[in-house]
Write a protein that binds this ligand. Structure first.
Ligand SMILES: O=C(O)C1=C[C@@H](OP(=O)(O)O)[C@@H](O)[C@H](O)C1
Ligand SMILES: C=C(OP(=O)(O)O)C(=O)O
Length: 402
């Protein structure tokens, strides 16, 4: 798919998709509650639509496709409900680790067996009788395992006491989980490295899912790269539950100013810093947006805290390195967690960006087409989190041709 922007001026109100992370948590809470929970603005993201479809299904095999949260949250949910279930997903999902969650469920009393490779889906839940409330879990691989256990915690006969070991990455996602649980009446304590949730019931209530801050990051990139910008992203809140609101602070270094209004946030252009630095440990989904943007702005940048990128929809570090190289710049990768972007910039002239079945590769590179024409491979990957992305870009003046 060919994409370019003839005028380089972007002025519009963006409707934006709602958050799949908030939606998928709220849906598990709704399914776990005995009382009525009303949810507004549920995400149209495929990951969320898949969650809804599988929560309504009585099939023995649940196929989450490529949705990480759906895989992890549903694994804990069907276990807590003592449902014999086979959990599976795409070929890539079968390479994304789940052993830490399965070990935790086993130590709580679950009988889980791997059907192909130990530590990876597909796996089969054979039954569950709770034998303890206390479980230790590593916090440095994926916060989704912790969120999955917390969400079902109140419904377990003995509740749950999670002892977090080592560094905890993606921490705002754990806070999002706890805040949504609290919103529906659940009490918890978090003292030192232990989160405790007693057995209790989710209470009736309602919640309107916020727009998606990860999806907003692409609009920040568009603002940073355009010559003139006045972009209002609708229904984003200053008191967001989403850690990816960190984009506001990050973009202060990259020439975009955010002004919160009653119904969204307005992006305008401002001065950028000379060099860029940021630690993405707690907002890994923003890394692709920023690495590609810093390269496109011709800035020197150092990004750390990238360790979880290798086990997401693709090896995102390798994908970034390959695709930026096509644009004429060699980024340096140090170990598994650091990228250095040298100053010098890129040249955009009809190259084809490969997207590796990763929505964020397509969405992070598309804004660079403000600088020249690009081709994006398999553009339909955006459906995972932001199905209306190309329509929204068209409304912003991008020209998109098959
Ligand atoms: O809990 C969530 O909704 C998510 C947590 C993060 O994963 P990790 O905790 O694996 O970093 C993030 O990358 C993912 O897109 C969504
Ligand atoms: C990593 C992501 O999602 P998940 O882990 O839920 O597949 C993402 O949306 O970037």
């Amino acid at each position: 798919m060919k994409i370019f922007h003839p005028s380089k001026t972007v002025k519009l109100d963006v409707p934006l998709v709602s958050s799949k992370s908030e939606s998928n948590r709220a849906l598990i809470i709704q399914a776990s509650a005995k009382e009525n929970i009303e949810l507004g603005n549920i995400s149209k993201a495929r990951d969320t639509q898949t969650m809804m479809r599988l929560l309504a299904s009585n099939d023995e095999t649940l196929d989450v496709l490529d949705a990480g949260t759906t895989m992890r949250f549903l694994t804990a949910y069907v276990t807590a409900n003592n449902r014999k279930t086979i959990m599976t997903g795409t070929a890539r999902m079968q390479e994304r680790p789940i052993g830490i969650l399965v070990d935790a469920l086993r130590s709580l009393g679950a009988d889980v067996e791997y059907l192909k490779n130990d530590g990876y889906p597909p796996h089969k839940i054979n039954g569950f009788t709770q034998k303890t409330d206390t479980v230790s879990i590593r916090g440095d691989v994926s916060s989704q395992y912790i969120s999955a256990l917390l969400l079902v915690g109140p419904t377990l006969p003995q509740g749950i006491k999670l002892v977090l070991e080592g560094t905890v990455a993606s921490k705002p996602y754990i806070m999002m989980t706890l805040s949504l649980m609290e919103r529906f009446g659940v009490k918890y304590t978090w003292e030192d490295n232990t989160i405790t949730v007693a057995p209790q019931e989710y209470k009736a209530g309602n919640y309107t899912i916020e727009s998606d801050w990860s999806g907003a990051s692409y609009w920040y990139s568009i603002a940073a790269l355009s010559e003139e910008a006045d972009i209002k992203i609708m229904h984003l809140r200053e008191d967001s539950l989403q850690g990816d609101k960190a984009i506001v602070e990050i973009m202060e270094q990259l020439g975009v100013k955010s002004t919160f209004e009653a119904d969204g946030v307005r992006l305008t252009k401002t001065e950028k810093a000379e060099k860029f630095f940021f630690d993405f440990t707690h907002c890994p989904d923003l890394a692709q947006t920023i690495v590609s943007l810093v390269a496109a702005l011709g800035m020197e940048g150092r990004m750390i805290g990238l360790q979880s990128l290798r086990i997401k929809e693709t090896d995102r570090i390798a994908a970034l390195q390959n695709e930026i190289k096509k644009l004429g710049l060699e980024i340096e990768v140090i170990g598994d967690e650091e990228i250095i972007v040298p100053a010098g910039g890129i040249s955009i002239d009809g190259q084809t960006i490969h997207t590796y079945e990763d929505h964020r590769m397509a969405m992070a590179f598309a804004p660079l087409s403000i600088l020249g024409e690009l081709n994006i491979d398999e553009p339909e990957v955006v459906a995972k989190s932001y199905p209306s992305y190309w329509e929204d870009l068209t409304a912003a003046g991008f020209k998109i041709e098959d």
